[in-house]
Design a protein around this ligand. Structure first.
Ligand code: GRF
Length: 185
């Protein structure tokens, strides 16, 4: 049975999609702040750890690293907002994936998260946006792209409506990628 660890910072709708699709494979959920995703983990009976980014600052990655066993098959960043250090990224080379709510390389990089990503897409006059699942490398949002899903931006879209449209596609894309990656592991 594959072992998944999911890192979260927010509402955890992507986490929920993973828990629903792989109910026996998520061995732990790690959050960098108190968030509703931790409640979802608890409701699913999955071990949940809070490693507070404000408390641990430079030690955050080290503490997260210590919580992940060597035999973990895949680490999924599902709305995780802290930056992981190179030690952790190298330890799990090509075993850490992230979901980003735009068609990377558009609207990615430092500071591009949450509603800001969708505001940028609207402001740029983009006619389409979407979401990207990619490997995590040391460059923020710069690792190899695994899969993308597109949505059309309509003239009446706001950043908020676009965020909802994109989020609806994220769950399916992320679950599909995890399924594929685990079947070849
Ligand atoms: C998603 O839009 C994801 O792409 C981004 O953060 C958001 C998390 O949403 N990285 P949720 O916590 O999974 O509901």
């Amino acid at each position: 049975m594959s072992k998944l660890v999911v890192l979260v910072s927010g509402g955890g709708t992507n986490l929920q999609a993973i828990l629903d699709a792989f109910p026996n494979q998520v061995i732990s959920v790690i959050a960098d702040r108190d968030c509703y995703a931790l409640v979802r983990a608890a409701n699913a009976g999955v071990a949940a750890h809070l490693v507070d980014r404000k408390l641990y600052r430079d030690e955050l990655s080290e503490r997260i690293n210590a919580l992940i066993p060597d035999d973990c098959d895949l680490i999924v960043l599902a709305g995780f907002l802290s930056i992981l250090d190179s030690q952790l990224i190298q330890r799990f080379n090509h075993k850490i994936i992230n979901i980003h709510p735009s068609l990377l390389p558009r609207h990615g990089g430092a500071g591009m998260w949450g509603i800001k990503v969708h505001q940028a897409a609207i402001k740029s006059g983009d006619q389409e946006s979407g979401c990207t699942v990619h490997y995590v490398s040391e460059e923020i949002d710069g690792g190899a792209i695994i899969a993308q899903a597109k949505v059309i931006i309509t003239p009446d879209d706001t950043a908020e409506s676009l965020q909802q449209k994109v989020l609806a596609h994220e769950h399916e894309l992320l679950v599909g990628v995890i399924r594929k990656l685990l079947s070849i592991n």
